[in-house]
Design a protein around this ligand. Structure first.
Ligand SMILES: Nc1ncnc2c1ncn2[C@@H]1O[C@H](COP(=O)(O)OP(=O)(O)O)[C@@H](O)[C@H]1O
Ligand SMILES: Nc1ccn([C@@H]2O[C@H](COP(=O)(O)O)[C@@H](O)[C@H]2O)c(=O)n1
Length: 625
C-alpha cells in the first residue's frame, strides 16, 4: 500500500485527465443505443446492481468510475451516489454544517427509504427523478435529475452496505478498504479543492464525526461485502472485479427480434426470402380470435380501400404518397380519439338555442412517434389536436442481428414526470408494425415511465398478424387502431455490398453516388474521379460508408433536396441515378469511412422484416423516395 506522502507527490506530478465531470457524482454513461431490456413477453429484466461502500475518500467513486469505463460496451451504465440522498436540512442544521458541527456521517443523515425506492425503480427499469445535493451549500437543491434506462447501476456511498433494504437490491457487494491516514489526507485535499472547505473545519468534522462513524458503522459493514478492494494500487483488483461483472452480464444477453419473428412457422421461398406466419393460423378474418378484441380496425369502406390501394402501389409518386398517407393518418387519429372519454357538454348556438353535445377529454393526451416511420402520423395528429405535446423515440434495427435498438428518446414532459405520467393518455404512432419488436420497445418505454397500459393506444396504417399476436399477448390492455391487418411477414437479408474498394483519392473533381441507404443512416457511397489536377484520376473510384447517426432521416448533403430512387423497402437503390458534387467535407468523411474498413466489413448485410402485402418502407417513401 502506498503511503499518503508518496501518493500525494505522485498525483501532483502525473495528474491524470478525468474522463468524467468532477461536478456531481452521479454519472451516466451511454453508448450506441439500447438493446431490449425485457423478455419477449414484455416483462422488464432487472438491471445489474453493484453496491460499493468504504470510508470517506477511500476511493469508492474512483473504483465506480473505473468499472464504468471498463463497461463501455454496455449501453447505459449509471453511478448512483449516496450523496444525492442526504436529507433536506433545516436552516439551523445548515448553520451548524457551516461550523463543522453537524453530524453528516450518521446513517440517519441519509434518506435511506428514498434511496432504496429510487434504486428499486431503476433496477426494475422504471424512470426516476433523484434529488440533487450540494456539498458547497450543505443542502438539497430545488431541481431533480431524471434518470432512465440503466442496464448496470453502480451505487456508491459510505453507508451503501449499511441498510438491509439496500443490500437486498445489490447483485454484487464491494467494500473499498483504505488506510485511515490516507483517507484523511485525500479528504483534506479534496474538500479544500472541491467542496469549499478549510483545513481546520475538515479536521474538526473528522475528529468529531467522521472517524467515529467509520469505526462504528462503515468499517463493520464490510462484513456484508462479497469482494474487498484496496483503496490504492488497486488496478489488479478492479480488473478482476470487472471481469466478474462482464461474465455476469454475458449470461443475461438477449436475442430478441429473431425469436419474435420465428415464433411461428417459417418456410423458405423461391426468391430467397423466408416467410413467417403465426403458428396457429395462416388465413383468418378479423375478429376470429381473442387477440382481435382490443383492436379497432377502421371500417373497410370503398373510400378507405381506395386510399390503401394507392398507398400500397409501388408506382405511386411521392407527392401522392404523402397526400394519401396524411389523409389516412388523420382518419386513424380520429378513430383513436373516439376511444378517449367524452362527457356531456351544453352550448348555445348562434341562433340562441341551447343544445346538448359532448366534449372529448384531451388534456392528458400526448403523441409519441416511433421514428422514422411514425413521423408521418404526427402531421395527422397535429391536424386533429392542434396543441398536443409530441415526443419521439428513435428505434432502429441492428443491421447485423435485426434486434431493435433504442437510439434516442425525447418524451413529453408529462410522461417524464412520475406524477403526471399516471394520467397520461398516449397515442403511440408508427406507420406499420412488423414483428412487433419496435412497438414492444416503445410500449415498454411508456410503461417504464408510469403510463398505465390501458392508457396507451397504438396507431398504425397497417400491422402484420404476427406483430399483433405478439403485442396482444405481451400487453393485452394496449389498444391498437389500424387500417389493415396484413397476413404475411418476410425476413430479408439485404446486401450492403463490399465495404471498401479502390485506392486513396486526393481532392479535386469528384462525383458521389449514393448506392444504398440503411435504416441506421448507414450510406454506402461511391466516389468517382473526374480527372483534373486532383490526383484522383478520371474513372477511378472509391467506395465507403458514412453513418449519419445525428440525423438518420437526412441524406448527407443538406443542400440537396432528395435522395434515393428506389420505390420501396427491400429493393436495391439504383446506382448512377443520384450523382452530385460532394463538398470537401463529404470527401473527407468518405476517406474516413474507408479507413474504418475493418469494422465496416462486418456489416455486409442487413436483416429486415417486411410486412406483406404491405406498403414497403413507409418512412422512406414519405421522406425520401
Ligand atoms: N487508487 C487511487 N490512487 C490514488 N488516488 C486515489 C485512488 N483512489 C482515489 N484516489 C483519490 O482520492 C480522492 C478521493 O477519492 P474518491 O474516489 O472520490 O473517494 P470516495 O468516493 O471514497 O470519497 C480523489 O482525489 C482521488 O483522486
Ligand atoms: N454537506 C455535507 C454532506 C456530507 N459531507 C461528508 O461527505 C462524506 C461522504 O462523502 P464521500 O464522497 O467522502 O464518501 C461524509 O463523510 C460527510 O462527512 C460533508 O462534508 N458535507
Amino acid at each position: 500500500m502506498s503511503s499518503p506522502s508518496a501518493e500525494a507527490s505522485s498525483s501532483s506530478r502525473t495528474r491524470q485527465p478525468n474522463r468524467f465531470s468532477a461536478k456531481g457524482k452521479n454519472v451516466v454513461m451511454t453508448s450506441h443505443g439500447r438493446l431490449p431490456w425485457y423478455s419477449p413477453e414484455g416483462k422488464n429484466i432487472e438491471a445489474y446492481v453493484i453496491g460499493i461502500a468504504g470510508g470517506s475518500a477511500s476511493g469508492k467513486t474512483s473504483v465506480a468510475r473505473a468499472i464504468l469505463s471498463a463497461l463501455n460496451y454496455v449501453p447505459t451504465v449509471l453511478i448512483l451516489s449516496q450523496d444525492s440522498f442526504y436529507r433536506k436540512h433545516t436552516q439551523e442544521e445548515i448553520d451548524l454544517a457551516f461550523k463543522s458541527d453537524l453530524d453528516l456521517d450518521h446513517p440517519d443523515s441519509i434518506d435511506t427509504a428514498l434511496f432504496a425506492k429510487c434504486l428499486a425503480d431503476l433496477k426494475q427499469g422504471r424512470a426516476c427523478e433523484i434529488p440533487v445535493y450540494s456539498f458547497v451549500h450543505h443542502q438539497r437543491m430545488p431541481e431533480t435529475k431524471y434518470l432512465y434506462g440503466a442496464n448496470v447501476i453502480i451505487v456508491e456511498g459510505i453507508m451503501a452496505l449499511q441498510s438491509a433494504d439496500m443490500r437486498a437490491l445489490y447483485d454484487l457487494k464491494v467494500f473499498v478498504n483504505c488506510d485511515s491516514d490516507l483517507m484523511l489526507a485525500r479528504r483534506i485535499k479534496r474538500d479544500v479543492k472541491e467542496r469549499g472547505r478549510d483545513v481546520d473545519g475538515i479536521l474538526d468534522q473528522y475528529l468529531r464525526f467522521v472517524k467515529a462513524s467509520y469505526d462504528n458503522f462503515v468499517q463493520p459493514s464490510s462484513k456484508h461485502a462479497d469482494i474487498i478492494v484496496p483503496g490504492s494500487s488497486n488496478q489488479l483488483a478492479i480488473d478482476l472485479l470487472v471481469s466478474h461483472i462482464k461474465d455476469q452480464l454475458d449470461n443475461r444477453s438477449l436475442r430478441f427480434r429473431s425469436r419474435l419473428g420465428r415464433d411461428g412457422q417459417s418456410r423458405p421461398l423461391a426468391n430467397g426470402k423466408t416467410q413467417v406466419t403465426p403458428s396457429n393460423n395462416t388465413t383468418h378474418t378479423f375478429g376470429d380470435t381473442d387477440e382481435d378484441s382490443g383492436v379497432i380496425l377502421l371500417e373497410q369502406t370503398a373510400q378507405l380501400q381506395g386510399i390503401m390501394t394507392i398507398l400500397r402501389d409501388c408506382e405511386t409518386e411521392r407527392g401522392d404518397f404523402i397526400f394519401y398517407a396524411d389523409r389516412l393518418s388523420t382518419m386513424i387519429v380520429e378513430k383513436a380519439l373516439s376511444l378517449l372519454p367524452h362527457e356531456p357538454h351544453r352550448v348555445q348556438t348562434p341562433v340562441g338555442m341551447s343544445t346538448e353535445g359532448t366534449i372529448s377529454m384531451q388534456e392528458d393526451l400526448v403523441g409519441v412517434s416511433i421514428l422514422r416511420s411514425g413521423g408521418p402520423f404526427s402531421h395527422g395528429l397535429r391536424r386533429v389536436v392542434r396543441d398536443v405535446p409530441l415526443g419521439a423515440m428513435l428505434i432502429q434495427s441492428d443491421p447485423k442481428t435485426g434486434e431493435p435498438i433504442l437510439l434516442s428518446l425525447d418524451l413529453p414532459q408529462s410522461v417524464k414526470n412520475g406524477e403526471t405520467s399516471k394520467t397520461v393518455r398516449a397515442l403511440l404512432l408508427d406507420s406499420q408494425m412488423g414483428t412487433g419488436a419496435a412497438a414492444m420497445m416503445a410500449i415498454r418505454v411508456l410503461l417504464d415511465h408510469g403510463v398505465p397500459e390501458s392508457n396507451i393506444i397504438f396507431l398504425a396504417f397497417l400491422i402484420s398478424r404476427r406483430g399483433l399476436t405478439t403485442i396482444r399477448r405481451a400487453f393485452p390492455s394496449v389498444q391498437v387502431v389500424t387500417a389493415a391487418i396484413d397476413p404475411d411477414l418476410y425476413e430479408m437479408h439485404l446486401p450492403l455490398g463490399n465495404a471498401v474498394l479502390g485506392e486513396a483519392a486526393g481532392e479535386g473533381d469528384y462525383s458521389i453516388t449514393v448506392v444504398e441507404h440503411d435504416t441506421l443512416g448507414l450510406q454506402r457511397l461511391n466516389l468517382k474521379g473526374d480527372g483534373g489536377d486532383s490526383g484522383f484520376e478520371a474513372g477511378s473510384s472509391l467506395e465507403g460508408y458514412r453513418i449519419d447517426n445525428q440525423n438518420p432521416n437526412q441524406v448527407i448533403d443538406s443542400d440537396r433536396p432528395d435522395s434515393g430512387s428506389g420505390s420501396g423497402f427491400g429493393e436495391r437503390r439504383d446506382a448512377g441515378q443520384e450523382t452530385w458534387s460532394p463538398t470537401k467535407q463529404q470527401v473527407e468523411e468518405l476517406k474516413f469511412s474507408r479507413d474504418r474498413k475493418d469494422s465496416m466489413k462486418e456489416v455486409k448485410q442487413k436483416r429486415a422484416w417486411v410486412v406483406s402485402p404491405g406498403m414497403g418502407h413507409i418512412g422512406d417513401r414519405y421522406y425520401l423516395a
